[in-house]
Design a protein around this ligand. Sequence first.
Ligand code: 13P
Length: 253
Amino acid sequence: MLTQSLPNPLVVANWKMHGSLELCQEYSIKLNASSPGVDVWVAPPSIYFHRLSDSISPAIQVGVQNLYWEQSGAFTGELAPSMLAELGASFAIIGHSERRTMFGETDQHVARKCSACIDSGVIPIVCVGESISQRETGNARRVVSEQVSSILRACDSKSPVQIVFAYEPIWAIGTGAVAEPSDAEDMHCHVRSMILESTEWDAKQIRILYGGSVKVENAAALVAQQNIDGFLVGGASLEVDSFKRICQIAAGV
Ligand code: 13P
């Protein structure tokens, strides 16, 4: 019987609303050698998409941090999945907690975006995660379950599916308070079992990333967990040398 090998770990840089032409250039110069054993993706602000994708190593995928679910229409300021696919954006981060809390995105919005991404051949990186009060009141697993199930309900009929999940506890984002590796592993394991139980997808092939204060110092302990398949990196991705080192750690170098 043919067994499919597991995908490489994946490390994604989320620049958020940071960066500059200078950072695009620095990424293109310093990340130009492809790293064996790890997939590296970068999400700059969309306005820098072309500058980065034109100059960076073709081994590195460039994507976006958000998109809309409609393919065209009177939606001022929005970007359609089909447009992004046409320009070569291979992935989109969707449902980031900053978009959920500051821009009013609901589970339903995120599910529609996810579905539109898959239909257009743009890989969605679906972010999920609980707030500190939800964790402290013992509701972390319930919140994450609701976020994941709305995605699975909207997209489980799509096959074969290319999708990535990112568990980003809100209290760990930009705070330096990284999750304990065993707590993160527990939630990743839960997300993978939800995929296994409610879809026909091969759950082992779906990468579940951890995000929230990932740094050079904590990356090894996190990626050593069985169900942590890589990282979504915010602050540390603005320092190319740190980001590169995190990629190497994920590759086991
Ligand atoms: P930090 O790495 O800055 O905590 O941000 C994580 C994040 O939100 C990535 O999407």
